[in-house]
Design a protein around this ligand. Structure first.
Ligand code: PRE
Length: 374
């Protein structure tokens, strides 16, 4: 009798073809062959990094980053994949706020992995029906942008439209994607209304359903294939090396494994590994030097900080919660410099800190070397 394997459920930002969806594919060992979509090499290239096993994995689209957190917290999925920061546009503040969790809705969630993905945006839409193009469809602009006081020397757009854009009246996308394509938008679609939606794939879905055919989406090439849209422009991101870092969330309370580094997507890695960890804390804003004292704790214990973010505390105006990322790993047995630093953090934060997990650092030389095929 065949035994049904227990499937690992992974939540991502839906609908299919969002970048978080594509990241899940990069995390699957061979899942692309079972994909419900007949997709191009986009997935195949990404599968080289694969670690989630397709036969054991069910992918669960969610409507928002908040819903991904809820699914992980309630253990209706094993993992959730969320965007954390982008090399062009910076932090994804929704994710930061949900990690900080001021409303105590995701108390059990920990970060247990990370993934980096090159993000190349396209402008997707319908080809204009009524316009006859005379000459070059890009002739309305030479690709340069108008200098302003704030941006006296704007970078030129990297890409030119492939099709006429004069019928486009509104553009849909995720706010992060708008922020990553400023040069193209202000060169070729200046003044056109922008409508934020929950994901880049949602934008493609909305535009595909638009009867007026006068809207466009900033989304991926894969989304064009899946939603049957035309490529109006390709590679419209401001920076060629536009990369987004995603975090993999889990709820360790529900897992048999106690160590934060036992997860399947880390299993292929051999020692020695580099790790990163994340902690959120508040300090007493009335006490001078409180933040400096909290940060000094890490240096005092030989722990290297790698990123600092702050978000409004929502308790008092101009009071903040700090999210600190650092090298190293919290040991389950309480030993080591990270544990000692966290212990010492109790003083300057008056115990108001929350540990958010340790995971294998995918950018470190050690981690990269051990994942490179020989
Ligand atoms: O909308 C998507 O496709 C997402 O996966 C979200 C997201 C983000 O929020 O950063 C992911 C990668 C890109 O940076 C743009 C959008």
């Amino acid at each position: 009798m065949a035994i049904n394997p227990i499937k690992t459920k992974v939540a991502y930002l839906g609908p299919p073809s969002s970048y978080t969806h594509q990241v899940v594919y990069t995390l699957r060992a061979s899942g692309l062959l079972n994909s419900p979509y007949n997709v191009s090499c986009t997935y195949r290239q990404q599968a080289a990094l694969g670690t989630f096993d397709s036969n054991d994995t069910i992918l669960e689209p969610q409507n928002s980053i908040h819903d991904i957190f809820s699914a992980v917290q309630s253990s209706s999925v094993t993992y959730g994949v969320v965007p954390f920061e982008n090399s062009t546009n910076g932090s994804v503040v929704y994710t930061l706020d949900l990690l900080i969790d001021l409303e105590h809705q995701s108390t059990s969630i920990k970060v247990c992995g990370e993934a980096y993905m090159d993000v190349h945006h396209c402008l997707l839409g319908h080809i204009g029906r009524t316009h006859h193009i005379h000459g070059d469809p890009t002739s309305s602009s030479d690709g340069s942008r108008t200098p302003t006081i704030d941006v006296p020397h704007p970078n030129p757009a990297r890409a030119q439209p492939l099709k006429d854009l004069r019928h486009i009246k509104r553009i849909y996308s995720h706010p992060q994607a708008f922020g990553q394509c400023e040069a193209f938008l202000s060169t070729y679609l200046k003044g056109i209304e922008r409508q934020e939606v929950s994901s880049t794939s949602k934008a493609a879905e909305v535009v595909a359903a638009d009867q007026s055919r006068s809207t466009a989406a900033i989304s991926s090439k894969l989304a064009a294939e899946i939603h049957g849209l035309s490529l109006l422009a390709e590679g419209i991101e401001d920076s060629e090396d536009n990369t987004t870092r995603f975090l993999i969330l889990c709820n360790p309370d529900e897992r048999v494994h106690s160590s934060s580094t036992d997860y399947s997507f880390n299993r292929q890695l051999s020692s020695p590994m580099s790790y990163k960890s994340l902690v959120a804390f508040k300090v007493n804003h009335q006490s001078s030097g409180a933040l400096a004292k909290a940060l000094a704790v890490f240096g005092d214990h030989g722990v290297n900080l790698t990123s600092i973010n702050s978000r409004p505390s929502r308790e008092h105006p101009w009071h903040y919660v700090f999210l600190i990322e650092f090298e190293g790993k919290r040991e389950a047995d309480g030993s080591g410099k990270v544990n000692a630093a966290l212990e010492a953090l109790i003083g300057p934060t008056q115990g108001q800190w929350k540990f958010l997990g340790s995971w294998v650092d995918k950018m470190s030389k050690a981690s990269k070397a051990s994942t490179t095929p020989s």
